[in-house]
Structure formats: structure tokens, C-alpha cells
Design a binder for this molecule. Sequence first.
Ligand SMILES: [Zn+2]
Ligand SMILES: [Zn+2]
Length: 232
Amino acid sequence: MKWLNLIQNGLFPPTCILCDNVSHCEKDICQPCLNQLIENTNYCYQCGTPFKQPTPQNTVCTACLKNPPAYNRTIAPFAHQGIMRHLVTRLKFNDNYKNARLLGMLLAEKIQAETQLPQCIIPVPLHKNRYQERGFNQSIEIARTLSKKLNIPLELNACVRHRDTPHQVGLSKQERLVNVKDAFSLQKPLPFSHVVLLDDVMTAGATLHEIASVLKKNGVEKVDVWVCARAY
Ligand SMILES: [Zn+2]
Ligand SMILES: [Zn+2]
């Protein structure tokens, strides 16, 4: 169906969701806006924290060496600043499906070349009260595009957040770890050895660590983390 996309893009080229100009890159963002995204290129293999000095690929930071998180690897291609921050915030509060699709496409492009792709994508679940209040889980919506683009199944029913935890904003890393402790559980066995957790933004990684611990206790061997943006 590639030709159909070509015709459609030729007749009705997508417009940039940020500036309304015509986009020539087959995404809902134009090249000048795309160029303003700040890439996160030099970061810890395990937790995604940026290094201050240029560091060889696949290096793990000292914090992870001392106290390794339960997840094995993080892919976090953009800094949570400027345009990326704007896209993520708008997505979360306006249930903006176009933003979710764009974020999914940007992330998929960065992951495409990976050789060891996981067997399923698990978007970070919201507690049902939070989901009802918001009507939308931004991680699920981003994951839908990734699942299609990378041809990896989505797993939406295995992991639940059974405890409604207060917002993490303003908490220290330690407080965040306590806040999400025992908040997640598995509803059914997962027949996979390698899975990925997907979220929009990663800050201290406490939630991701907690879910990864649950998965590993239940037999998953390798848990990766994919996030659009890394806050630090
Ligand atoms: Zn633009
Ligand atoms: Zn690290």
C-alpha cells in the first residue's frame, strides 16, 4: 500500500502540529520543528541518564553499577526539554492522538535499527481511577504506533497498577521508590523472556524499576525501557 501513502501524501501532505506549516517528512511535524528537538545521544546504557563527558557506547553509569535497576536497558532518544516537553505535556492533558502518533513514529525511527527487539510491548499502566479521570493512557497511545511500525505485539492486560499512587512530581528518587512500591501486579503469566516497558517520559525511573521487578519475579529475563524523553 506504499503507493497509496505516496498519493495521499502528495495530495494531502501532513501539516506540522506545532506550526501548521506543510510537513515534507511524512510525519505530523515539519523539518524545521524537527530540527529543534534535542537528542539524547550520550547516555547510560541501563538507565538513560546523560553523561557529561563523551563516553563509549553501552557504558553503564556509576549509579547503576552500585545499585542496578531491575530493567536492563533504556532507549531514551530525546531530552525532556523544549519542543519534546511541549509535545509530551500536551499529549498528557489534551488526549491528543496526533501527538501520540507523532511521538510513536519518532521513537520507532530511533529503534528500527535495533537487532534484539523484545517479544512484546507493555505500556506503563495507569490506575483505573486515573484512567477514568483522564480517559486516556498516553503510553498506550504511543505504544500503538510503535507496535505497528516495529511489528511487535502490544500487551495491555497483563500488568495492572492496583494501587493508586500519589503524583511523583516534587519527590526525591527514594520517595518515588517508596511511593510505587507494590503498586503493580501481573494478572496472567507472560510467556516471554524479553519484553519492553513503554512510557512517555522517564524521570527517576522508579515506576519502571518497580514494574521490571514484578516482571522479573515472574520469570521474564530481560526488560528494556523505551521512553520518548529523559528528564534529568
Ligand atoms: Zn513545524
Ligand atoms: Zn545508569
